[in-house]
Structures are given as structure tokens and as C-alpha cells.
Design a protein around this ligand. Structure first.
Ligand SMILES: Cc1ncc(C[n+]2csc(CCOP(=O)(O)OP(=O)(O)O)c2C)c(N)n1
Ligand SMILES: CC(=O)[C@@H](O)[C@H](O)COP(=O)(O)O
Ligand SMILES: [Mg+2]
Length: 641
């Protein structure tokens, strides 16, 4: 419905995205301007991914001008730049709920809209998924178009090239890959591919001549020429092509390369899509679109890293609104920053220590190492698998690599952890940030599975610190234990405990008894240790005496300590911020079962189901892991045994 006072008259009058197919060039421009204005106003209220979305406004509008995505298929890689797609597909009014409990997801979701053909959150899956869709289409004799939109950062992953490799070979028709090149990942993009793309960007002059020269070369009659002259002519054809044709890398992989096109000129982009539509009738096309992260909002253009993902902000002033804090009590440091600073501290006295990140330099805190020791800090791009095996190679030659990867993203490198690191017992440290429930990013990003998927591997030492001081000790322990080791810690701030210097290593496989008691044993790990101590205090007030163990190690588990105190108590409660199947509680149950000491047991962990997006505290309560629900559950358990 059009409201006369609406700042978005055209957008508000849109009953269905199919109407955009009939828009005039002026209307396309107006629609893009309104989508951008809405995006800024709305994300400034809710927070969310921001700079990437400002970069895809015109591209999205142009795509809807040419395609009907109820028939045609589109996958936005990662999905963090898909807000314009959501706005144009009937979800504008739900934006005030973005990334909130029961609200709109920050990524694409198949159950959120018929326009979301494939869910994501992790990078570099789009080309594979869309190639699968195009192949299904061909096998089912359908004729719609299949499109993957992938950023230059996401294009650095091996998986993207695995898909290009197959698509070029299959010569899949009506299959379009749009490379959305803004010369940025979250941090500046890295690697020789980015250098190559930049060369293409600067080669526009040659590109104008491309078709003419190609045509002229093709006109050279090779038939009547002697063998030597024909060979020379062929050679010069190739050389000319290499000189003149941008995107030859993609052409050599079997794609028709088109571009680069200015992705902020909606009508130029629309024209390029019209051409691509024709060309993809003969085989796969890659359209290279040049965009700017943050386009249309100057503070984000100036600092796209800061504005990649934001909390609410003052749109006028260009200032991100900070959460209110108590000026007399400074906020504790984040686990991430304690990790980054500790690594530098250790690296100062040991030049064999190196850090590796897969495109999450600031997110993991490795930016601190990069500033201090740039030659010992490696950003390998969105390439977790490679990061792990690269670390294994370093370790095999006597270095002490620390792979800093979010818990959820290490899933991508599972075989490399198993095959390249653990089976060879190589001393690689995995620093797994964002372990547990992360909040607004939702199911693709919660770090819930690491304990289960790492615990089964041979040789690995697996630990979780109860606070930021223990993180320092565990980092040192990992680096010098001589085996593969992983420590996992949560998103956000530590507890504000004092940081001991010098850092000391911990004895391997030893937990600590924090409190004695004979009613229940609360056996906790990582972020659940502090809540377990608080619970023991409250339960004591109710007359229930609880012993508390900080397990520290998930592997090797401190069997002796746990068995002893389980035996002294009437029942046992395990507490972890991870999935119940196969996690810490399974390790404890196995240990007790192996010794024939199984006790009545309450496993407080995330049950075997999806945890959606929203406020982490509320999600924890819903999963039975918040203080209120834990108190109730443990009381009920105690009353039954
Ligand atoms: C497997 C995986 N690793 C890391 C990330 C974190 N991540 C999300 S977006 C992003 C940058 C993507 O860059 P690009 O594809 O160029 O998109 P842009 O942000 O520039 O729009 C990264 C590293 C992820 N989502 N998935
Ligand atoms: C889309 C993506 O994967 C990242 O942008 C992620 O949202 C970052 O999460 P943090 O805010 O926890 O670093
Ligand atoms: Mg990019």
C-alpha cells in the first residue's frame, strides 16, 4: 500500500517482485535508492550485517528486473548480503525483528520464503549448490535460470573452484555465476586471486577492444599456411587473447567471462544481465560485478570492516551505539582479545610460534599478532581446510602453529584435522573462538559441535577454560604439549578475573575440585563452570550440598577426580555449552560406565535439535542452560534420586 508520507513510495507499492520486471530505467534507479534508504534506517535500529548489503542494492534490483525467482533460482553466498533480496520479496515489514528471537533471519532460509532457494551462513557454497540445482533442472527437463552470487572473499575458497571446475566441464547452460567484487572480505581480501581480479579491474581499456580483436584474430585463415606459420599464428592468437581478454582464468575453466561492470549503476548492471542471459544459452557465464562495501553511506565506505556487522547505530551521526556500561566498573576484556594478546606475549619469547586465520583476522584477535609480528601471521582467505593442513606442514617442520578459527568454521576442516594433524600427531594448536551459543547469527554459527567432533580423534588434547586467565594457561599448555590440542572459548567478555603473569602451563588431563559437597556433583566445563559455582551456592541455601569440579579437559578426561567425587555424591550433573550427543557429558558417562560406576546423572547440554537465532541469554534459558532453568532442573533431579 502506498502511504502518501512514506519515504519509500515505490517500494511500498510493490505487491510482488515480479512487478520490477516491467520497471523503466528511472524506476529501477528510484527503487534502488529507496531500498538503500530503508536499509540504512532499519539496520540502524536493529543492527545486523551492513556494509555488504549496501553493496548489493543495485545488483539485486537489476536481478529482479530480469528474473522471476519463483521460477529461476538464486543463491546468495553466505547470505549476509541478502537483505535487499529479503526487502524485495515481501519481508520488508519484518525487518524490525531482524536476527531477533522468532524474527527474520540474517541469512537465507528455505523455510522463511519461497524466494530463498538454499540456506547458508558459511561461505563459498553457492556455486556448488546452484550447479546442483541446474543439473537437477536439466535432468528434469526444466528451463529456468540458475544463478550464484559470490563475493571476492568467498571466491578464495577451494570449494568455489571445485564447483567452477565441474561447471566448466559440464558446460552447463543457463547457469550464471556473479562475482560480486568489492575488493574486501571482512578484512581486506588476501591472496593472488584478488591481485588477478584487481588487474582485470584496471584493464578496462583493453576490454573495450576485446570483441573487435577476437573477431579479427578469428578471421586469419589458418588453412593455407605452412605448419610453422600456422603455429606462429596460433601462438599469437593465444598471446593476443591473454593480453586482451580479461578473466582468462575463468575462460580457461570453461566459463564465458563478462565484465567488469559497475554494480552501482543499476541500468548498466541490468544491461550486462541481459547480455549474460543471451550468452548463457551456450554455456556457463561468469559476470564480474564491481561494487563497494558500504556504498551510499559514507562512514561505511570509509571503514567497511567496522561496519561489516554492527549493533544499532545513530545513522545521522554515523556512530555505533555502545551498550550502556557502569563507568566505575570497566567491562572485562573479551576472550578474543585475551587470546590475541597472550599469543603475542608467547610469540615474543618463541619465534617458532606462528598464527593462522581463515579470513577472520579481527574476529579471532589475530590482528594483534599481525601488528606485532606480521611475518608470523598468515591470513589464508576463506580456506579453513587449507589453513589446517598449512598448519600441519608448519608443525611437521618444527614450527608451533596456532590456528585461530571459529568453532563453527572448523567444521569445514574436519578431515584435515583428522588426517593431516591428529593421525600424524602433529603439534598444532586450534584456538576455537565463538564456542557455544553465539546469538544473532543463529544455527549456522553456534559453536555447539566442536567437543563432539574433536573428542573422537586420536592424539588430540581438548580443553575449555573457565575464565580468561585459564585461557592464557591453556594456550600455553596447548602450544607446548607436543600433540594436537584445541581450546574452545565463548563469544564475548570474560569474567574480569586477574590475569596472572608469568603464564603457567597446566598439568595435562587434570581437572580441579572447586568445592566439596556430598549431595550432588556438579561437573562443569568451560563457560559453565562459573554458573555451576553460583548454582552450588544457591542450592546450598536450599539445603542441598554440591561438590563442583572444573573439568578443564574434555580429553584426556580426569577420570580419577570425576570417579572419586561421583562416588562420594548421590548423583551427578554435567554442565556444558555444547551439543549433548557425543559431547562432554558423553565423555563423563563413558568414563563412569567403563569403571562400572554409573550414577544417577542429569546431562545439562544443548539437546539434539536446532538452536535458532536471538539473544544468547534467552536462548540459553530455552535450552535449559540459563541460571533459572538450571536451578529448577537440578532441584527436580535431586528430588528424584
Ligand atoms: C566458511 C566460512 N568462513 C568464514 C566465514 C566468515 N565470513 C562471513 S562473510 C565473510 C567475508 C566474505 O567476503 P565476500 O564474499 O567478499 O563478501 P563481502 O563481505 O565482501 O560482501 C567471512 C570471512 C564464513 N561465513 N564462512
Ligand atoms: C557472516 C559471518 O559469518 C560473519 O560476519 C559473522 O557474522 C561474524 O560473527 P562475529 O560477529 O561473531 O564475529
Ligand atoms: Mg567482498
Amino acid at each position: 500500500m502506498t502511504t502518501p508520507s512514506s519515504p519509500y513510495p515505490l517500494l511500498d507499492s510493490l505487491a510482488a517482485p515480479q512487478q520490477i520486471r516491467h520497471f523503466t530505467p528511472a524506476q529501477l534507479e528510484q527503487l534502488a535508492a529507496e531500498v538503500r534508504a530503508f536499509l540504512i534506517a532499519s539496520v540502524s535500529e536493529t543492527g545486523g550485517h551492513f556494509s555488504s548489503n549496501l553493496g548489493t542494492v543495485e545488483l539485486t534490483v537489476a536481478l529482479f528486473h530480469h528474473f522471476d525467482f519463483l521460477q529461476d533460482r538464486i543463491v546468495w553466498d553466505v547470505g549476509h548480503q541478502s537483505y535487499p533480496h529479503k526487502i524485495l520479496t515481501g519481508r520488508k515489514d519484518r525487518f524490525p525483528t531482524l536476527r531477533m528471537h522468532n524474527g527474520l533471519s540474517g541469512f537465507l532460509k528455505r523455510d522463511e520464503s519461497p524466494y530463498d532457494h538454499f540456506g547458508a551462513g558459511h561461505a563459498s557454497t553457492s556455486i556448488s549448490a546452484v550447479l546442483g540445482m541446474a543439473t537437477a533442472r536439466d535432468l528434469q527437463k526444466q528451463d529456468h535460470t540458475c544463478i550464484a552470487v559470490i563475493g571476492d572473499g568467498s571466491m578464495t575458497a577451494g570449494m568455489a573452484f571445485e564447483a567452477l571446475n565441474q561447471a566448466g566441464y559440464l558446460e552447463t547452460k543457463n547457469f550464471l555465476v556473479i562475482l560480486n567484487d568489492n575488493d574486501m572480505s571482512i578484512n581486506p581480501n588476501v591472496g593472488s586471486l584478488q591481485g588477478y581480479l584487481n588487474q582485470i579491474m584496471s584493464g578496462q581499456y583493453y576490454h573495450r577492444w576485446r570483441d573487435r580483436i577476437e573477431h579479427a584474430i578469428k578471421a586469419i585463415p589458418l588453412e593455407g599456411l605452412s605448419k610453422g606459420v600456422a603455429k606462429a599464428a596460433k601462438w599469437s592468437e593465444e598471446s593476443f587473447k591473454r593480453l586482451m581478454v580479461p578473466g582468462l582464468l575463468f575462460e580457461d575453466l570453461g566459463f564465458r567471462y563478462m565484465g567488469p561492470v559497475n554494480g552501482h549503476d543499476v541500468n548498466a548492471t541490468s544491461k550486462a544481465l541481459a547480455e549474460a542471459k543471451e550468452k548463457m544459452k551456450d554455456g556457463p557465464v561468469l559476470l564480474h560485478v564491481q561494487t563497494k562495501k558500504g556504498y551510499g553511506y559514507e562512514p561505511a565506505v570509509q571503514d567497511p570492516l567496522k561496519w561489516h556487522g554492527v549493533t544499532a547505530f545513530d545513522a545521522e551521526a554515523g556512530e555505533i551505539i555502545k551498550a550502556a556500561s557502569d563507568p566505575t566498573k570497566p567491562a572485562p576484556p573479551s576472550y578474543t582479545s585475551v587470546f590475541g594478546k597472550t599469543l603475542v606475549e608467547l610469540a615474543k619469547t618463541d619465534e617458532k610460534i606462528v598464527g593462522i586465520t581463515a579470513a577472520m583476522l579481527d574476529g579471532t584477535g589475530l590482528n594483534i599478532l599481525q601488528k606485532a609480528f606480521p611475518e608470523r601471521c598468515f591470513d589464508v582467505g576463506i580456506a579453513e581446510q587449507h589453513a589446517v593442513t598449512f598448519a600441519a606442514g608448519l608443525a611437521a617442520q618444527g614450527m608451533r602453529p596456532v590456528c585461530a578459527i571459529y568453532s563453527t568454521f572448523l567444521q569445514r576442516g574436519f578431515d584435515q584435522v583428522a588426517h593431516d594433524v591428529c593421525i600424524q600427531d602433529l603439534p598444532v594448536t586450534f584456538a576455537l573462538d565463538r564456542a557455544g551459543i553465539v546469538g544473532a547469527d543463529g544455527p549456522t554459527h553456534h559453536g555447539l559441535y566442536d567437543l563432539a567432533y574433536l573428542r573422537c580423534l586420536p592424539n588430540i588434547i581438548l580443553m575449555a577454560p573457565k575464565d580468561e586467565n585459564e585461557l592464557r594457561q591453556m594456550l600455553m599448555t596447548s602450544i607446548y604439549c607436543g600433540h594436537p590440542a584445541a581450546l574452545r572459548y565463548p563469544r564475548g567478555n570474560g569474567l574480569g578475573v586477574p590475569l596472572e603473569t608469568p603464564i603457567t602451563a597446566l598439568p595435562i588431563g587434570k581437572g580441579e575440585l572447586l568445592r566439596e559437597g556430598d549431595g550432588l556433583l556438579l561437573c562443569a566445563v568451560g563457560a559453565m563452570v562459573a554458573p555451576a559455582m553460583a548454582l552450588a551456592e544457591s542450592l546450598q541455601e536450599e539445603g542441598l550440598s554440591c561438590a563442583v569440579i572444573n573439568a578443564r579437559y574434555i580429553k584426556p578426561l580426569d577420570d580419577a577426580l570425576i570417579r572419586e567425587w561421583a562416588g562420594r555424591c548421590k548423583g551427578l550433573v554435567t554442565l556444558e555449552e555444547g551439543c549433548a550427543p557425543g559431547g562432554f557429558s558423553s565423555a563423563v558417562a563413558e568414563s563412569l560406565a567403563d569403571a562400572g560406576l554409573l550414577r544417577p546423572m542429569l546431562r545439562c547440554a544443548v539437546p539434539d535439535h536446532l538452536v535458532h537465532h536471538g539473544d544468547p541469554k534467552r536462548l540459553l534459558e530455552e535450552e535449559g542452560l540459563g541460571p533459572k532453568s538450571l536451578f529448577r532442573r537440578i532441584q527436580a533431579f535431586a528430588s528424584q534420586i
